[in-house]
Design a protein around this ligand. Structure first.
Ligand code: AN0
Ligand code: CP
Length: 315
């Protein structure tokens, strides 16, 4: 594997799941694979799980890790091309990227959608420059349009828990006070579309995902109907793609609660975290026996380790 930006960087999902499960059984079995290799993790945005799990994954492989919060701990970086740099940003990405690349063997980058300009976000302006200029493999720690490390962990979690060959997996929009990117939802749909699962997406009108991600996936605007017979409920908020970056609905009736979960086939409740309790999901559901959010987060370590192992082996 050269870069890890989307599901297309994985040759076989089946093998990827098997590798993650093998690593989970024996995390330190490959502790020499990354000897004398360094990973830099660069964050333009906040993180709890991604920074800890990816760092831990790299350490399990014997790598050295350096974490940098851009702006807070480094110079503010200019990301726009062709601008006169007379503002408050002293350094441009175009120098910073190859400099960072010269100190490491793999770069991880988190650069969320800014939700201002759809073309800019959907062109993955920042990640693309890393791939072009780093000179080393790049791992997306959540880009503007995708969060592949999250989706990989989600897939492994479903594989661990599914009771049928083709579970009914429902991605449901849920309310949130702030505008969030579509990345987690896009990526989840992109990965799930490559499995044999029955995937359904439910959201209020106006929250349709980008057609290139949604493809021919079933959309059900009636959330209660979508929940019928579900084996997995994956909750996530995202802002509008069509009215780009806007919050169109604050309808609290879309929160996942016990009454809705009762319509499912005793579905497992999933969320990538961080989650706003009693906005996205009720305490009762997230604290209940069918909530698998902690298992999901724990799987971030093993899937990140699988990605880094595949990358190290092709260096
Ligand atoms: C981010 C998002 O929705 O993309 C990160 C999720 C992993 N969430 C928030 O900013 C709350
Ligand atoms: N799920 C996830 O990526 O969490 P963080 O934003 O805390 O890294």
């Amino acid at each position: 594997m050269e870069h890890f930006i989307s599901v297309n960087d994985i040759h076989s999902l089946k093998q990827a799941v098997n590798l993650a499960r093998e690593i989970k059984q024996n995390r330190f079995g490959f502790r020499h694979t990354g000897k004398n290799k360094t990973m830099v993790l660069l964050f333009f945005n906040s993180s709890l799980r991604t920074r800890l799990s990816t760092q831990k994954a790299a350490m399990n492989l014997g790598m050295n890790t350096i974490v940098l919060n851009v702006g807070e701990e480094s110079w503010q970086l200019e990301t726009e091309t062709g601008v006169v740099m007379d503002g408050d940003k002293p350094e441009h990405l175009r120098e910073a990227i190859p400099v960072i690349g010269s100190y490491c063997d793999i770069i991880g980058v988190r650069a969320f959608a800014r939700l201002q300009d759809r073309n800019e976000d959907y062109s993955e302006m920042i990640l693309t420059q890393f791939v072009e200029l780093a000179g080393v493999p790049v791992v997306s720690l959540e880009g503007a349009t995708r969060h592949p490390l999250q989706s990989y962990a989600d897939l492994v979690t479903i594989e661990e828990l599914r009771k049928t060959e083709k579970p009914r997996v429902v991605l449901t929009w849920a309310p949130h006070p702030k505008a969030l990117p579509q990345a987690v939802a896009n990526s989840f749909v992109e990965w799930m579309s490559k499995t044999g699962y029955q995937l359904v997406v439910t959201h209020p009108e106006g929250y349709e995902l980008a057609p290139e991600f949604l493809g021919d996936v079933q959309v059900e605007y009636d959330q209660k109907k979508a929940f019928e017979g579900a084996d997995f409920i994956y909750a996530k908020n995202w802002s509008s793609y069509n009215q780009y970056g806007q919050v169109l609905s604050r309808d609290r009736n879309w929160m996942v609660d016990a009454e809705k979960m009762a319509r499912t086939n005793q579905a497992k409740f999933m969320h990538c975290l961080p989650v706003r309790r009693n906005m996205v999901v009720s305490d009762e559901v997230i604290d209940g026996p069918d909530s698998v959010v902690i298992q999901q987060a724990a799987n971030r370590e093993v899937t990140a380790q699988a990605v880094l192992k595949m990358m190290l082996e092709s260096l």
